[in-house]
Write a protein that binds this ligand. Structure first.
Ligand code: NAD
Length: 476
């Protein structure tokens, strides 16, 4: 098993300041990491810039081979990485194992994609040759959240490497350990020194300094809407292109002809997986009133049977990531009751130590309630009934977010019609959380801009140079 002592601190902080890292299940301090700021970001960007030329000049197929070696390194270290992630975030070990397998998937997929980069030739007429060349942006910057730390990191660093860039990563202050551990694997895979730099620290210090840095060529920000706005303003100073992957309030829409037992299983996974701390958590249930009571009963029975515990003991659900976040989630539960919605007290005993919240299912929710509109990012489900397909669509669109949508029905025509009409970036029919590294993911409205995963994500780490040439005779 990995111990925290195995995690190297990539660089010592220049002024010796550190941050404590907590195990959210036991509240014990498990590590100290550098509290980096502007000086550490300068150092990291300088190192990444000096490696950028080597990455750019490495043939695409060779970059692909390096990514494949990195996938092999991550696979070999998978159990250690999963345990470290579980310890740092509190998430159940099985879930952490799944996320690390997902990291291998990203690295493998973009290993293959590296060789697919192409430009265009444009027929503008006799005597003129016009073509475009995909070029790396140089240093790509990545600001990462705490909910799926290494998975979110690999999701954006893998295409950035495939496109020929270096990467500077600012992990979340709550969960920096796997980003640090990953550095050794990148080195072992043979990437040049400086290709992958990590600056640990607080968002307002290290994160701000990275977003503000004139030496970065792109910024991928994954996190909350509030921070996303700040980061966009900061990056505007140097006109740095930004991909924003933000929050959600994703509905699962259930029609009366769906298999209710299967749907109950999917809805419970949708709002409780990772204790509800996924951006595309299915945190709203929109259900045909004809089957609503039946479905809610099945959901409450399943959710009530889930176990809470220390992540490395592999329970069904781990804790919230921090005391602050637990408070935010329980404040929403209190607010829901104050707004007039109804949630029975969950049957689970919540451990006294650790930041645990038991799954909570609200009925009697109206579309204007804050628990129906705002991202809670915890295991809390808001149930709303509908009578018609139009009403379901109206409810689905009644938030400022547009990330995931689940549609459950035996009628594929209806499912595809709803998929066409709903305002969201990612629609899953009869299989919530379906997808993979090849499948583009992202949102509309406040859920963000840009797309991660798939070939389309490579574009966020490239510029397209156009070359127009006037050719000589025979046309002149
Ligand atoms: P957050 O916005 O608080 O923090 C995200 C990152 O931004 C952290 O690394 C943090 O240190 C940094 N940061 C904070 N202030 C900053 C500043 N002023 N300048 C630069 N960086 C700063 O988000 P969080 O609480 O860590 O993550 C949860 C949120 O992330 C949820 O809203 C969730 O939906 C979203 N999320 C979205 C996706 C997606 O793909 N759409 C994936 C995962 C998480």
């Amino acid at each position: 098993m990995s111990t925290v002592a195995d995690v190297p601190s990539t660089h010592e902080p220049l002024d010796g300041r550190t941050l404590a890292v907590e195990d959210p299940a036991t509240e014990a301090t498990i590590a100290h990491v550098a509290r980096g700021g502007a000086a550490e970001v300068d150092r990291a960007v300088a190192a990444a810039r000096s490696a950028a030329r080597t990455m750019r000049d490495t043939a695409p197929l060779e970059r692909g081979r390096a990514l494949r070696r990195l996938a092999t390194e991550v696979e070999a270290a998978a159990e250690d990485l999963a345990r470290l992630e579980s310890l740092d975030t509190g998430k159940p070990l099985s879930l952490a194992r799944g996320e690390i397998a997902g990291c291998v998937g990203y690295l493998d997929y973009y290993a293959g994609a590296a060789g697919t980069l192409q430009g265009d030739t444009i027929p503008v007429g006799p005597g003129t040759l016009a073509y475009t060349v995909p070029e790396p942006v140089g240093v790509s910057a990545h600001i990462v959240p705490w909910n799926a730390p290494l998975s979110m990191l690999c999701r954006s660093v893998a295409p950035a490497f495939a496109a020929g860039n270096t990467a500077v990563v600012k992990p979340a202050e709550q969960t920096p350990l796997t980003a640090l551990r990953f550095a050794g694997l990148v080195e072992a895979a043979g990437f040049p020194a400086g290709a992958y730099e990590v600056v640990t620290g607080l968002g307002a210090e290290a994160g701000h300094a990275l977003a503000a840095h004139p030496g970065i060529g792109s910024l991928t920000f994954t996190g909350s809407v509030a921070t996303g706005r700040t980061v966009l303003r900061t990056a505007a100073e140097h006109i740095t292109p930004v991909v924003t992957e933000l929050g959600g309030k994703s509905p699962q829409i259930v029609f009366a002809d769906a298999d209710l037992d299967d749907v109950a299983r999917q809805v419970v996974t949708g709002f409780t997986a990772n204790s509800g701390q996924y951006c595309d958590a299915g945190s709203r249930l929109l259900v045909d009133r004809a089957v609503a009571d039946d479905l809610v009963e099945r959901i409450r029975a399943r959710a009530g049977a889930l176990t809470l515990g220390v992540g490395t003991d592999d329970p069904d659900l781990g804790p919230m990531v921090s005391a602050e976040h637990r408070r935010r989630v329980t404040d929403y539960v209190d607010l829901g009751r104050a707004e007039g919605a109804d949630a029975p007290t969950p049957p689970q005993a919540v451990p006294a130590v650790g930041h645990f919240v038991a799954p909570t299912v609200f009925t009697g929710v109206t579309p204007t309630m804050r628990i129906a509109r705002e991202e809670i990012f915890g295991p809390v489900l808001a149930v709303l009934g509908f009578g018609t397909e139009d009403e379901a669509l109206e409810l689905a669109d009644a938030t400022d977010y547009g990330l995931g949508v689940g549609i459950h029905t035996a009628d594929i025509d209806r499912a595809l019609r709803v998929a066409d009409r709903v305002d969201a970036g990612y629609v899953m029919i009869n299989d919530y959380f379906a997808g993979g590294p090849a499948v583009p993911f992202g949102g509309t409205k406040l859920s963000g801009t840009g797309r991660e995963r798939g070939l389309v994500a490579l574009e966020s780490y490239l510029t397209r140079k156009t070359v127009v040439v006037r050719r000589s005779a025979p046309w002149t």
